[in-house]
Every structure is written in C-alpha cells, then in structure tokens.
Ligand binder design. Sequence first.
Ligand code: ATP
Ligand code: MG
Length: 462
Amino acid sequence: MAKDTHTPASGLPPYFNIDPDAALADLDAPTSTEGFADIANACAQGRRDLASRGLNEEGRKSLRLFSTWEITRYLIPVAQAHFRRVLKANPDLPQGSSETEGGAKWFTLDEVLRLRAHFAAQGSKAKNYLPYRPEGLPAKLVAVANFKGGVGKTSTAAHLAMSAALDGYKVLVVDLDSQGSMTSIFGGRVEDEWQTAFPLLARHYGEHLRADNQRRLDRGEAPQPLDESLTAAMEMTAADVIQPTHWPNIDLIGAQLNLYWAEFQIPVWRMAARGWKLWDALTDRLEADGVLERYDLVFIDTPPALGYLTINGLAAADILLVPLGASFLEFDSTGRFFDMLHSTFASIEEGENIAARALGREGLAFEWDAVRAVITRYDGAQQGELSALMQAYLGRTLSPHKQDFTALIGQAGEQVSGIYEADYRDFNRETYARGRETFDETYAAFKRLLTGIWRRDELAEV
Ligand SMILES: Nc1ncnc2c1ncn2[C@@H]1O[C@H](COP(=O)(O)OP(=O)(O)OP(=O)(O)O)[C@@H](O)[C@H]1O
Ligand SMILES: [Mg+2]
C-alpha cells in the first residue's frame, strides 16, 4: 500500500515528507489556453444545473410568497387579527392562498403592495405605511463601491434594493460589473453589451460628437463621422436596456462580460474628443430618458476597480456607500481607495476648470449628498476593537450600523439570493430573526440617511 503522505502517523506537520513520485502520480498534464475554456465550460454547466433548480416553468426566477405572519411582523405593522378582519371586510382585496384547508395565508409581493396601499389609504395616519419621497424631486442614485474585492458591495446593494422594494419604493438596479453578480441575483438575461449600460454611454458620446460636428460645420470644417455602433446607439434609450425582474418593483440594467469592453472604448472616445464629459454619461442619459421620475431609487453596483465604469457610477451617485470588513487589510485598502477617489475627481475638476476659467464659465465641482463607509460581515467576538478604532477615525463617515456576518448569506444557490428571498421556514427561527435584523438595520441606517437628504432637498426647494 502506498504511504499516505497526507496524514503522517509520525505527528509531523502535513507538509513534511511529501514523496515526489506520489506527488507526480497525483498530477495532471500542464494547462494550455484551451484549458481555461474547459474550466469555464465546466463552471457554466454546474451553474446551469444550479440555476435550473427551482426555476418556474419558463425557466425564470420567481419570488417566494409572504405569509400573514411575515407581512404583519415586517411589512404592514398591524395586529394579525386586525389584518384578517380588514381582509374579510374587503373581499376585493387580495385574500392570499393557503397550502392546506384553513392553513396560513400566503401572498405575492404584488398583493402585499396592494394591501399596503389600502392600509395607507384607510388605516391609522400615525403609521407610515408608505415610504417618504418628496413630490417632484428626482430619484436618488446610490453607488456601492470599493476597489477592494469581496467586501460585500454586491450583497449590500442587492439587500438594500430588496429591502427598499419591500418597503414600497420603486427600484432600478444598475449592474456596472462585468462579473454580472447583481444580474444573476435578479435573474437578468444579457446577451451582449447592447443589453447593458454600454449603449447609454455610447449615445452620450454620440450626442457630444453630433453637437461638435455642428460646430465644425459652422466653422466650415469636415465633420467626424459616427461609426456603425455609435449610429446604432443613437437610437437607444434606457427603456431598451431596462428589464423587469422577479421582483414586481425592481427593474434591472444588467451586465455581462462584454461590458468590460467599455473600459477600453471609453478612453478611446475621450482621446478623440477631449471635451466629452465622460463622467456625466450615465446620469445624463438616465435623466434624459425619464428614469429619475419613474423610479424612487437607483442602486449602482460597481466592479472592484476604479475604472471608467466605476467613475461613471460614482459621478452619477447622490449617495456613495463604501462597504468594508473590520479587518486591517480592508481598512488599509479602503483608505487608499478614498485617496484614489480624491486624486481622480480632483484631476477631472482641475482639467475642466482650467478651460472653464479661460472661458469665464462656472467651474466643475463634484458633490455627493452623503458618503458612508459600511462595515460588513462583522464578527463582534473578534472585531470589536478594530471597528471601534475605525469608528474613532472615521466618525460620521462610518455608518452607525455594522452588518453582521450571517450564515444566511452566500449559502443559498442560484434561486434564492440572500435573506429577503429565503423562506424563513427553512431556518431555525432565531438564526433567521438575527440575520434579518442585521440587514433590516443596514436598510434602516440607509433609509435614515436618504430621508434626511430628501428632506434637505425639499426644504431647499421652497
Ligand atoms: N453579511 C454577510 N455575512 C456573511 N457573508 C457575507 C455577508 N456579506 C457578504 N457576504 C459574502 O461575502 C462574499 C463577497 O460578497 P460580495 O460578492 O457581496 O462582495 P463584492 O464586494 O461585491 O465582491 P466583488 O468585489 O467581487 O464584486 C460573498 O460570498 C457573500 O456571500
Ligand atoms: Mg460584487
């Protein structure tokens, strides 16, 4: 029998006495470029397998139902008995369905939203059944960013989008990460870059070229031709790239690998037209296409890099959230991220303002309603000291709520993404309540920020 080098009986550490011939016997052939395709293929098959579990007949994600307990506990805070009485008295309202005769009633989110509207119209005025949004003011854009990978950007953005939707806001999610994690979470289908934010950016550049060409013609110069893809983009609006999701009040602009192409294309465009304000592209197009009226909140998930797409997302944002874990390396790296944000935006402002000053025009100054670092995956038993230090140095910039590490995240497969999509009956009640509480608190801290900002805008209007 071959000697088992993994569990030496000698009590030596596992990395001693590895037999070269035994190691060779375990080894496979070297990997070629094609090898990557094989691995990618294996992953894609595994993913399809996971994805097919629990999809509906059309092969799309579907959102679970909500029980009377959950609705009255988390969504429409009234006593269960009162809730039942109101339903009985109003047979036109959704009545829910039950799995067994006389069993608990379950409702779709659409039905919950209709019920909430009813309670808001008829119920006690002391409770805010509907979330606050001042009339006539545009949607708020929220970017979640950090150039450090794996800090919880996508999880935070997805959970905030879902809690805002449960709270009754109309939400658009924009995935600017070509990894497409957010797109997977929301069951998006994206064939190529033409179904991502890319054509919106392209159109913004195209509009700039057109205006520029008009000036050229006026000066008697030859116009710069728009290439085929720019010409195609000129016909496209946000509505062409927005897709519905399995959440009735969350829509998506998805991403996939080809979106990465924008990182190469944008600097080429900018070289060709130095006057193009690339950082305004996303905001301008969303605004021009009426998106900021149609939604209450726009959440932008960004890749773990400070590339052109991230810059666009950051410049579009009213609120910037920067997730990070309470570990030395994440704190350190996040400090550098803020340093990079400073130099990047300062250099854009400087470049613009030299020209603006020369022309006697008002300069460019970026402004965010609020910037907050958010501690994610927090382990109170291990990270108390470091988080207290972060609090001491970051002050108000650090969001007051630390999002706990919870086993409820990241375990679920393709069908269920995170705590709001999970059925509480699948978990120990206490585990569920704790996991949900930490994300509810994350949302509460965000909503407080949002409410304050909207109120500030509202008061500035009058
Ligand atoms: N509160 C939490 N508790 C437990 N696990 C978490 C929590 N938040 C995030 N995670 C897990 O941490 C990992 C990284 O999270 P996520 O993908 O959200 O990070 P990210 O910053 O978007 O990553 P990337 O930089 O690759 O885009 C995931 O496996 C996720 O499930
Ligand atoms: Mg991510």
